[in-house]
Design a protein around this ligand. Sequence first.
Ligand SMILES: C[S@@+](CC[C@H](N)C(=O)[O-])C[C@H]1O[C@@H](n2cnc3c(N)ncnc32)[C@H](O)[C@@H]1O
Length: 400
Amino acid sequence: MKSEGEYNKLSSPEVIQFIEDQLTTPIPELVLKGSPFPSIPINLLVNQVVGKNKARKKLPTWHKNPKIIYPPKLNLEQTSSEITARHKSKLIEGDTLIDLTGGFGVDDYFFSKQVNSLTYCEYNSDLFEISKYNFNVLSVKNIKCLNQDSIELLKESTHKYDWIYVDPSRRNKNQKVFLIKDSLPNLLEHQKLLENKSQQMMIKTSPMYDIEAGYKELSGVKELHVVSIKNEVKELLWIIDWRTTSSRNIKLYNYDSQKKYTKNVLQHDGLISSDKVGLSPCLKYIYEFNSSIMKSGLYDRLAIRYGLLKLEQNTNLFTCETLIKSFPGKIYKMNTIETINFKKLKREFKGRFINIISKNIKLTPSNLEKKIGFKTGTDTDYLIFAKTIEGNKVIKATKL
Ligand SMILES: C[S@@+](CC[C@H](N)C(=O)[O-])C[C@H]1O[C@@H](n2cnc3c(N)ncnc32)[C@H](O)[C@@H]1O
């Protein structure tokens, strides 16, 4: 376990300058060179270099502060990004919050601006020391840091918190996991305890976690947020209010930058199959929903709302004659549509740069790349291979 004294050494001006100078040095080379500072082991300098590079985009507030201490890469990978942490903090209001899985403290830094008093709990001593030090460096005054098992702490506590937050560890015995029952702590074993010790709770789960499983396993779900960044689902956030009965309110977000996002709100009552979207041959525009919407499973319902038709029941591409600029996802303009003829496609596209989409047909984009011999690239030219109601087709399209 490192101490405050060791972290102070890492934030001295000459060490900060050394780290700054090494940001582009390959890590094996840095390890081989060794530490120029007798009292600082090289692995701590490596953590700082790796951490700073990673924080540039993921954690801009941390990156700006030269005194921040970074944990090993594995712990850093498990932290929330600043965009998603800010998102979560906007959902919190109240007097007290306890985070049962403090980690690198990214979520707590933003939560601390929303509540009067926050308890950070983390059983890994190194992470605990680092986060405690960093909260100080970031001038946060209302976080109490505890280095212990948070479930044991809750069992012994007589306090009822306004909020419990949990971002369970998705590493268990060195295996990557994504189910709640396999993550640490296993919240399913402690639902009664959690209910007794909080008014509301927020659970972050992996994007791979099945939404239907969540509704079955968790009680009191008030809202589900599916949060994507640049069209990649990053987090499922389960907002639980023990005082209300479960409801299937889903909010879908896709962030482009810290402040810019698209949002869709849907009421999901589990009767998705009763909403039958119409089918149609490919029309002038093709629409592909963003990843949060696809994850929610509510794309057909939303397509009806936008007046779209589907190319085939199991082909998740939608179409219509008009351009809907506010569509949450990608829009393509159809140029031509043909039956797939690989000889002809090879003659036309071999060696050319093009983007590929493959939907509901057996060939993956890399199979197609090998078969036709094109190169992937360009901003706007697409070949869309898809099963349509008129059979398997290739659509030449332009991304708008
Ligand atoms: C995914 S990380 C949390 C990351 C954090 N939200 C952040 O943004 O930096 C999960 C953390 O929970 C800790 N943890 C798991 N079970 C715990 C328990 N019962 N008590 C305290 N900490 C626990 C792990 O050591 C790990 O650091």
